[in-house]
Design a protein around this ligand. Structure first.
Ligand code: KG4
Ligand code: ZN
Length: 338
């Protein structure tokens, strides 16, 4: 198949990213500028994020073109994430994308950020075909989604309060482990015992595919309040391993149960939390009986990046599902076609 080059833009949260990817899912550049300025605040400051996107975006694009050894004249379409995310941040990417598409007189493709996470798996596995079941787990989302085709899908379960990544982040913050908390908990938990303390796993009922993580956060706070500082320091690895087990076990259990009940033979895991080493290990272990093919994005594509936005735009490019220049960003949650 002849291939065309897409320039993809991601600016939904605190990473400014520009990628060059072709319509066979080959990535030529995926420049990511992470905004470290938020770290001292223990979370993303929206106004600061928008301003930094504005400062960084042209530079990221120049770097991506340089790395891919192409010029803007070689680009066939511009893809951009339009939702969900921080509205100010999204608007920077969308406005930049519209300006580019207009000035180059090429099509504009609107991409849902969560679909981007799912399609990050096509980069390593371009031949991967639906149907598949997707577990989408990020800082703001936890969704179990069944895909009949690449464009026809429905959410069969989601969190009713905090997202899985949010649980990692908030619990890490309580423990003074910095932001984002997921990678740090993952690292410390490798040296700990996941069965050291039994934290609650909410909605643990058969045929319930919804998730809840805010009770876990409360339970961790109550548990820590009863321990001395010395005890917490001495047992930190075991405590975080137990927290991680509570989050991961329920995600794995429900995903495998749903896939087994509905006979899925392909499972995609996507979003920042898909980088978690314990989750990857537990998912493969729980899959022994079902024996589905399980796909995780490469670690470099788990967190927010523009290559995944380009990957989700490939189907739309082939189907000529282009956006108009009055395209707007919107912040509503969830995975959806836009
Ligand atoms: O997908 P993502 O980059 O941004 C959103 O769209 O939200 O996900 C970020 C989330 C954060 O909550 C972060 O703590 C979590 O992914 N995360 C991890 C790991 N790496 C990132 N959580 C657990 N283990 C990890 N190794
Ligand atoms: Zn994301």
């Amino acid at each position: 198949m002849t291939k065309s080059l897409l320039l993809a833009i991601e600016s939904s949260c605190d990473d400014t990213s520009v990628a060059i990817i072709d319509t066979n899912y080959q990535v030529y550049a995926n420049v990511i500028s992470s905004q470290l300025a938020h770290n001292e605040f223990g979370g993303v400051v929206p106004e600061l994020a928008s301003r930094l996107h504005l400062q960084n975006i042209s530079y990221c694009m120049d770097m991506a073109l340089q790395e891919a050894k192409v010029s803007l004249q070689d680009i066939a379409a511009i893809a951009v994430s339009v939702n969900p995310g921080l509205i100010g941040s999204l608007l920077v990417g969308v406005s930049f994308a519209k300006g580019l598409a207009w000035s180059l007189d090429i099509p504009l493709i609107a991409v849902n950020h969560m679909l981007g996470h799912v399609f990050s798996n096509k980069i390593k596995n371009p031949d991967l075909q639906a149907p598949w079941l997707a577990l989408v787990i990020s800082g703001g989302h936890t969704e179990l989604v069944e895909f009949e085709t690449e464009s026809k899908f429905r959410i069969v379960g989601h969190t009713i309060d905090d997202a899985a990544g949010e649980a990692f982040d908030k619990i890490a913050k309580i423990l003074g482990l910095g932001y984002p908390g997921g990678p740090m908990i993952d690292k410390l938990a490798k040296l700990g015992n996941p069965n050291f303390y039994k934290f609650p796993q909410a909605l643990d009922k058969k045929d319930n595919y919804y998730f809840s993580f805010s009770g876990l956060k409360t339970s961790v706070m109550q548990y820590l309040a009863k321990q001395s500082d010395e005890y917490i320091t001495d047992n930190l690895n075991d405590i975080v391993a137990s927290v991680q087990h509570a989050i991961v076990n329920i995600l794995v259990k429900k995903t495998i149960a749903y896939a087994t009940k509905h006979e899925f033979d392909k499972i995609i895991v996507a979003g920042g939390v898909s980088a978690n080493s314990y989750l990857r290990q537990q998912m493969l272990k729980a899959n022994k009986k079902l024996n589905a093919d399980i796909y995780f994005p490469p670690l470099s594509l788990c967190m927010d990046n523009a290559a995944m936005i380009g990957a989700a735009a490939v189907r739309k490019y082939h189907a000529q599902e282009f956006a108009n220049l009055d395209l707007n960003a919107f912040s509503t949650k969830g995975i959806k076609e836009v």
